[in-house]
Write a protein that binds this ligand. Structure first.
Ligand code: NAI
Length: 735
């Protein structure tokens, strides 16, 4: 047996330590499942075995779930979304998916008590394995967590989790945990009734053995005659309530965009009415059905495979040695600079945080201190660690302290001359191979690089706000930026545990270029007389985190007015004004700046609580559509999503972005683009380029040229291409 280290102790307890071959973390491969089946068989047939303990031989966790890469055979990665025979595919998926249920159930019914000694993280199939054990002891280690996060990649628990968890903790608690993919820390898992004991890490195996020796019961709760579902099953009045409320809640939260969540609900509702063996089959049937949906396929590809690849720096040129960073200088200690200093120090790098005077620099450092205090108060960090991080940051107005920095990140006001000035000051102190990165959000990198004596070392490193929370960083190549500089900028972004995408130097780069049209489309709708509440409700129903108008309030209306006027200036005669932009400028002139001062499209009560629509919106554009029927709502949703997607297609045509994986991952991490779609490019691929072009042509006729499909899309439609087919690459630079 290769994947479990098995030892029969003197009490007849078979201790099986999981150790997946060739993997740093335990995951269930086909071979590991076969080995587990052999353990179940041995427990069943070998009289010397009195009980079984399942634990992990790896120091970094118990089990992270199924090995998706092996199970899905790379099909999602390569972009072959369309299979020729869906019927056969569904049957194959059922057979493959049922394997985990068959093996776990064999262990559960082996006739000997089975205890799980969970000595580390157990997620997905790992948590499902321990739910199939009769007893669960969990380590109290700081990094330990359990949970069923499958919905986050468009699936739901398909290894018995959707059936065993509700039988263990009740349908309501189980549905809530599974539909958000919630994870439980040891104390929470104990309080929720998911585990029986929480003990020190080195005691888990002993505690599991003790249970076997003293109480060992080989029959699962749900296999006992007297078993009742906690809180009642679907036919029980309280249980039925859970499903009625659950359905309503689900609709409210996910707008029916996620087939996984709908199928999870079906599986739980139907499964709870059946004995466990039939219930597991029901689960697998819905699981396989989910796996076949375009949403699950696209989500798995983007949120699992591509997220891993891009998160490891898929766009990094090879052949450049990895850079270690000992000191980074951050210019400008404002909102962005302070955030950048914080995330840099958090990864153990010394930071010189520079502003115009000591007070301004100190203000930036205090911001870091505030973030650290919050982390300590939430139990996420020890006081010592927080102090260590803060000590790494030196706040100063003295440019001389930049000396010795491997990298400078510039985040001063958005002003070309000012940025040129600080570039010169910083470069005077820098070693010739140090990298200079600008966090500009709108000024072309090639223009800023003109101020640099080493334009090949000059690059854009564009963070998103708030820096401590937002995972995406756009790396922008200027005309003269070298590959070595690109590699080093990516090394920095990976070091601070963020996800880099590589984009070329066009106005607004990639993320803002695609996102701004979403808000602009909201303004078009407002000016057409569509009620703001409809616009925002429909906006949220697309799967975007907020509707366009409330999103504008969050960004700040004055900033949007500034961006609009600068765009108009830059585009000159080519600028096409957006209906409603004058009205927003008027709102700003009247002191309505958005959420930050409590007044924008909405009024935000000072005491907190729900916002309400500002009554003045209807004086600016009288409402002509106060209600939208389903067909109208569908059309509005399409406008909000397609205007972003067509912009992304233009970015590919212009070479602003070149890797569909980066576009998809970037769209979800950068501006929360409808995750159910798998990202902005997967949306087009799953619609089909030809159908997308036909829709764009129709919408251009109705709403204007902003929807016009670029030539690239027409060419792709003519050839029957997909974005992943045409632009997909395993390794960007090697290709
Ligand atoms: P901010 O106004 O909060 O901070 C700018 C800081 O630069 C101020 O503390 C100011 O005192 C300092 N500064 C001005 N002249 C300086 C000099 N000569 N030497 C050193 N420091 C100087 O602005 P924010 O929002 O942090 O933006 C900074 C940059 O980041 C801008 O280029 C902006 O476009 C970009 N950006 C902003 C985002 C946002 O959401 N606010 C997002 C991404 C990029």
């Amino acid at each position: 047996m290769d994947n479990f280290k098995v030892e029969l102790d003197s009490d007849g307890i078979l201790v099986c330590a999981f150790d997946t071959v060739g993997k740093t973390m335990n995951t269930f491969t086909k071979a590991a499942l076969d080995d587990l089946m052999a353990i179940a068989e041995r427990a069943k047939t070998d009289a010397a075995v009195k009980g079984v303990v399942i634990t992990s031989a790896k120091s970094n966790g118990f089990c992270a779930g199924a090995d998706l890469e092996e199970m899905l055979g790379g099909a999602w990665e390569s972009g072959t979304l369309d299979k020729t025979d869906p019927e056969a595919e569904l049957k194959g998926a059922f057979a493959a998916a049922f394997e985990m249920n068959r093996v776990y159930r064999a262990l559960e019914t082996c006739g000997k008590p089975v205890a799980a000694a969970i000595n580390g993280l157990a997620l997905g199939g790992g948590t499902e394995l321990v739910l199939a054990c009769h007893y669960r002891v969990l380590s109290d280690g700081p990094k330990v967590q359990m949970g069923l996060p499958e919905v986050k990649i468009g699936l739901f628990p398909g290894g018995g989790g959707s059936q065993r968890l509700p039988r263990l903790i009740g349908a309501q608690a189980a549905l809530m945990a599974m539909s958000d993919g919630k994870s439980f820390k040891p104390k929470e898992a104990l309080a929720a009734g998911i585990v029986h004991e929480v003990v020190a890490d080195d005691q888990v195996v002993e505690a599991a053995k003790t249970w076997i020796k003293t109480k060992g019961d080989p029959v699962a709760l749900w296999d006992k005659k007297e078993f009742k579902i906690p809180g009642g099953g679907p036919y029980h009045p309280a249980g039925a309530q859970v499903f009625m409320m659950g359905n309503a809640l689900l609709r409210k939260q996910s707008f029916g965009n996620y087939p996984a969540v709908i199928n999870l609900m079906h599986a739980v509702y139907e499964g709870l009415q059946l004995p466990i063996d039939s219930a597991l089959k029901v689960e697998t049937r819905y699981f396989a059905k989910t796996l076949m949906t375009p949403q699950a396929k696209a989500m798995i590809r983007t949120l699992f495979f591509s997220m891993q690849a891009v998160g490891k720096g898929s766009g990094r040129p090879s052949g450049v040695p990895k850079t270690e960073f000992t000191q980074v200088a951050v210019l400008g200690a404002g909102m962005m600079g302070a955030g950048i200093a914080y995330v840099t120090a958090m990864s153990g790098i010394k930071v010189v945080l520079i502003d115009r005077d000591q007070a301004a620099a100190d203000k930036g450092k205090s911001h870091c201190e505030g973030l650290l205090k919050k982390a300590v108060s939430r139990g996420k960090m020890t006081e010592d660690k927080a102090k260590g991080v803060l000590d790494l940051i030196t706040a100063t107005p003295d440019y001389g302290l930049i000396k010795g920095s491997d990298l400078v990140v510039e985040a001063v006001f958005e002003n070309t001359e000012l940025k040129a000035g600080v570039t010169k000051l910083a470069e005077a102190e820098l070693a010739p191979d140090a990298v200079f990165g600008s966090n500009t959000s709108t000024i072309p990198i090639s223009l800023l690089a003109k101020a640099s004596v080493r334009p090949e070392n000059y690059i854009g490193i564009h963070f998103f706000s708030p820096v401590d929370k937002m995972m995406l960083v756009e790396i922008i190549m200027g005309e003269k930026t070298s590959d070595a500089t690109l590699a080093r900028a990516i090394d920095y972004v990976l070091k601070i545990k963020k996800t880099p995408i590589v984009v070329n130097d066009e106005r607004f780069f990639f993320a803002n270029r695609c996102f701004i049209p979403f808000t602009a489309e909201g303004l078009h709708m407002w000016a057409e007389g569509i009620a703001p509440t409809i616009i925002d409700n429909v906006g949220r129903a697309t799967g975007m985190p907020r509707g366009p108008l409330e999103m504008m309030d969050d960004v700040a209306l004055d900033l949007l007015v500034k961006i609009t006027s600068e765009t108009a200036k830059a585009e000159g005669a080519n600028y096409i004004p957006i209906p409603g932009e004058g009205e927003v400028a008027k709102m700003v002139a009247d002191g309505r700046l958005g959420r930050k001062n409590g007044k924008g499209f909405y009024d935000y009560p000072e005491a907190g609580g729900n916002k309400s629509l500002w009554s003045g919106t209807k004086d600016m554009f009288p409402v002509t559509m106060a209600e939208a029927d389903p067909k109208q709502a569908e059309e509005l949703k399409k406008r909000l999503l397609y205007i972003q997607a067509v912009t992304a297609a233009r970015c590919f045509e212009e070479g602003v972005i070149t890797d569909p994986r980066e576009a998809d991952v970037g769209s979800i991490l950068g501006w929360g683009f409808a995750p159910w779609s798998g990202g902005i490019i997967s949306l087009i691929d799953s619609i089909g380029v030809a159908s997308f072009v036909a829709e764009l042509d129709r919408m251009t006729g109705l709403y204007g040229d902003r929807f016009a499909p670029p030539q690239l899309l027409r060419d792709m439609a003519a050839k029957g291409e997909t974005f992943y087919g045409r632009f997909g690459k395993a390794d960007k630079k090697a290709a």
